[in-house]
Design a protein around this ligand. Structure first.
Ligand SMILES: [Fe+2]
Length: 177
């Protein structure tokens, strides 16, 4: 690597930008790959994601929040363990810091609905109650936990694809001329 010239690095930069530009499509493909992945829940991860985004949209959430709902579980494409933080880091560059923190901690907020049933502390989320994003995190987890309803009508993935393009198309790469 330390033997690469500036021209070599320009080539790497240009091809890395081209790869980055494909990120929105990769994210759409990940969502599509969630079809049939139910992990024991009544709906699969694709329908869960679409349902949560539809709920947010129906409650007049802003576009960034709808995007976060749509992609909040994207880390599960690789692993359920730490998926909250993985998804938050994937989206970090494209969203506000408060929304990043909501994604980062969304598992703990989900815990208020079920941690008592698996021997964990359901009140763990209360350690964040002084945070400015606390109320939004509560609302977020409410939409999340409701969105396993097989009878809830959700919008198709196609209706959210412009949102993915809009937010994830704005990457930050720099090259000093
Ligand atoms: Fe979820």
């Amino acid at each position: 690597m330390d033997e690469a010239s500036r021209n070599d690095w320009k080539l790497i930069y240009d091809q890395s930008v081209a790869y980055q530009q494909q990120m929105p499509q990769r994210v759409k493909d990940i969502l599509k790959s969630f079809a049939g992945v139910s992990n024991g829940f009544p709906v699969d991860q694709l329908d869960h994601s679409l349902q949560m985004a539809t709920r947010a949209k129906n409650e007049q959430a802003d576009d960034e929040m709808i995007l976060c709902c749509l992609l909040h579980d994207i880390g599960k494409a690789i692993t359920t363990v730490n998926h909250d933080r993985i998804g938050a880091e994937i989206l970090r560059q494209f969203i506000s810091h408060e929304r990043y923190l909501i994604l980062y901690h969304h598992q703990i907020f989900q815990g208020r609905y079920y941690y008592s049933k698996i021997g964990k502390n359901p009140d763990e989320y209360l350690k964040f109650n002084e945070e400015p994003w606390f109320q939004d995190a509560l609302l977020f987890s409410q939409w999340d936990q409701l969105s396993f309803d097989p009878d809830y009508p959700h919008l198709p993935l196609g209706s959210f694809e412009p949102l993915i393009d809009q937010f994830l198309g704005k990457y930050h790469f720099t090259w000093e001329e």
